[in-house]
Each structure stands twice: as C-alpha cells, then as structure tokens.
Design a protein around this ligand. Structure first.
Ligand code: MG
Length: 424
C-alpha cells in the first residue's frame, strides 16, 4: 500500500473578492477545482464538483473516477439549467485518485482533467506537467502556432475549450502516474502557475520537504507576484510504494514500465520539463525573428468565431476583435436564429465566440441548439426538437449544406458523447 503525506492551501489572492477555487484532500482522492460564472456561480460549481467527487468515487478504479467526474458534470449542468442566475457557471477540475490496475492489482494514480487547472510531478529533481490544458492557447501551441512563452502572456489565455458543467456531457483526459518513493504530485489552479514560474515552483519543492510548508510558500509567492486570481495548491508526497524490495521489479523492468506508461500518457515524461522549456524558448526566439508579421496575420485570420448578423447566427473567419487592419469576414451563414437559442448564449454570440476551425464552429452551433432543446424539454417534455442546423457558404452560387469538412487544426472538443479516457 502506497504511503502518502499531503498538504493543501487555498487563498483568495490579492485582487479578487471571493475565492471560487475549491479543493479536496480525502485520501485516496485529491482534487483542485477553479469555478467560474457570475455572482455565486463559480463557488457553487467548484464546491459541487468536489462534493460529488467525494460522494461518488467509491471504488479504487479508473472507471469509478470517470463516473464521478461524469456525475459532477451532470450535477453542475442540471443546477445551471434550473436556476437562471447560475446558468453560466462551470468549473475546471484536476483530480488525482489512487486506483488499482484491474488485471495486475498494481496501484497507481489516475489523473483526470477538464479545463486549465494542472497536475505536475516532481521526480528525480525534474518538474513535469502531467495534464494538458483545455484552453484556446494550448490548442494554438499544439497546432504549432504559438510557443509556450507566448501562450503564458497571451491576451486570450483565459478562454477554455472544456470545463465541467457547461455542457450536458464532458470528456475528461486521463493520465497515469506510477508512483515512486520521493515523488511529489502537485495539483493547482491557474492562480499559481500564472504568478510563479515552473522553475520557482521546482525550487520550492526542492527546498521544502514538508508539504504543508511547501503549499504555504507557493501561495505566498503567488500573492507576492500579484495574486491576480484565487490560488489553490495541493501537494501529495509518495513516501513509500509499499512494494516488497526483494520482489520489486528490476530497474530494467521499471524503466520498461515507465516507457509503457509514457506511451500511454506522453505528457508525463519530459513534457514542459525545464530542459524542454529552454529548447522551446530558443525556438520561440527563432520563430519570432523568422515569422514576425506572419504571426500577426495568423492571429488575425486563422481562427473563426461564431457571432450574429442581425438575428441570424453566422460564422466569421477571423477574430471578433479587429487585429491591426484585419477585420473578420463572413465565412458561413446558418439556418439558426436568436429565436432558436438560449438568452445567455445570445449574449455570448453578440461578443463573438472563438473557435479554432470551421468544424469546431459547426459543433458549437449544434451545441447551442442542443442546450436550448434540453431547456425546452425541461419546460415541456413534449417539445419538438429544432431541425439540424444548415450551414451555407455566402459566396457559393447555390445553397449547399455543409458537411463539416475536416479541420486543419484540432477541434475544440465542445461535446462528446460521453466521458472517455481520451489520453489513455
Ligand atoms: Mg483561476
């Protein structure tokens, strides 16, 4: 049995009036949630996520963890549908739970993630990000259009592509950490990583071996550096893995196991390590020198956004804000009007909702209709579902129905059929 020691701290920060983060340290399950949504929404969303996780995670399996995440999402979504004041609420969630491999019985940590709170491992003096953010800038990094340095200061870094409770179903990524004695697992909200660099966090983890002291020091540094957001940090230390040293697998096998786990969760090994960051930094300089104005052009034109033209929902190429002299242009009209969608979504469309591809924009429009349909069914179980949206190229000589051509960039995964282990 793996023996653990942990510490946790949450703080409102230096600017915000309320703390909408929530956390859970209830061995065998540890979590951080960062709520969002006006008024009390964010606090309720993150607290609900934690409450449902604790209630529902009742057996040490990855399936049980994913079921708990699915139920947390459903509960937040349902509350948001019933109470208009909570309609926009949602939360990130990063949760690490010890589970057993159903065949071998081996204990490991399953880490499920939705949104941009993060999980890291500090092992052998290397600080490695395990999770991948569900954010617009992360997608741009994955597509090679931004580097890590640019992403950290990007004006749109707040835009999430996935969160708990904002759609009827959500897909959680799942990563595996196969613990070794001395590992320090760190879960945190973005209020830590936006104020304290990976190098500084690693330095604290190296210096302060007591997890209580380490979490307090990290919160203190985040506040000293501005504390612009709520800050939450959970550190779980692996003191021993309980493996019989005589029967422990050979170093060769452990290396093999690590390779196997790395292939299942490629983000665990080396991802965003300090060495990798240096390489990325050098690449960033080269890219900046080489690309220059090209990146401005890309920024202005590469994305799409869903907005309104009068009462009609339309898709524009380009961003809602004019970048230098590049204005968005009409890419497609849709058969959907403001009468078909929820009032809160109309407000979002007036501002423009960015998607990284035309296909993702189509998905978003379909989601708007599905949400509206769900709400109608609550009011009237016999309500007839609106027809599928039709997408029309305004420049085409005749009206055609788009069949969502394959996007050239990763889609923002707005809706998937069910919670799935996306990164296994
Ligand atoms: Mg936050």
């Amino acid at each position: 049995m793996t023996r653990l020691r942990w510490g946790a701290a949450t703080d409102v920060g230096a600017v915000r009036e309320t703390n909408q983060d929530a956390m859970l340290t209830a061995d065998p399950i540890f979590a951080v949630a960062d709520g969002m949504g006006g008024h009390a929404g964010g606090e309720i969303a993150s607290a609900t996520a934690i409450e449902i996780l604790q209630e529902t995670f009742d057996e040490p399996t990855q399936a049980s963890l994913l079921e708990a995440v699915r139920r947390a999402n459903a509960k937040i979504w349902d509350r948001g549908q019933i109470d208009e004041n909570l309609h926009n609420m949602g939360t990130t969630l990063t949760v690490a739970a010890r589970v057993n491999n159903e065949e071998t019985g081996e204990e490991f940590f399953a880490v499920a993630n939705v949104g941009d709170s993060r999980g890291y491992v500090f092992r052998d003096d290397e600080f490695t990000q395990v999770t991948t953010d569900h954010s617009l800038v992360e997608e741009m990094v994955a597509a090679g259009e931004l580097d890590a340095g640019e992403a950290e200061s990007h004006p749109r870094r707040n835009i999430l592509t996935r969160a708990l409770g904002v759609e009827p179903v959500v897909a959680a990524d799942v990563f595996e950490i196969h613990p070794q004695p001395g590992d320090r697992i760190l879960l945190c909200s973005d209020g830590l990583v936006r104020e304290v660099s990976d190098e500084r966090i690693a330095s604290v983890l190296r210096r302060l071996r007591n997890p209580d002291e380490a979490v307090k020091e990290l919160v203190k540094q985040a506040k000293e550096n501005g504390g612009h957001d709520n800050i939450t940090v959970v550190i779980v230390d692996v003191e021993s893995t309980g493996k019989d040293p005589v029967a422990a697998p050979s170093a060769q096998k452990q290396a093999k196991d690590r390779d196997a786990s790395a292939s299942k969760s490629p983000r665990l090994t080396g991802h965003k390590s300090i060495t990798a960051r240096v390489v990325l930094f050098l690449l960033a300089i080269a890219a900046l020198l080489g690309i220059g104005i090209g990146s401005v052009l890309w920024y202005a034109r590469a994305n799409f956004h869903v907005g309104l033209e009068g009462e009609q929902v339309v898709i524009y190429r380009g961003r809602p804000d004019t970048v230098l002299w590049f204005k968005p242009t009409l890419a497609e009209r849709t058969s959907v009007t403001t009468a078909d969608i929820l009032p809160n979504d109309i407000e979002r469309l007036r501002e423009g909702t960015v998607r990284t591809s035309l296909g993702a924009s189509h998905d978003y429009v379909r989601t708007l209709l599905e949400k509206s349909n769900e709400a109608r069914k609550i009011a009237d179980p016999n309500a007839v579902a609106p027809p599928e949206p039709v997408f029309t190229d305004p420049n085409a000589p005749t009206t055609t129905t788009s069949t969502a051509p394959p996007p050239t960039q990763p889609q923002a995964p707005v809706v998937t059929p069910e919670v799935s282990a996306a990164n296994q």
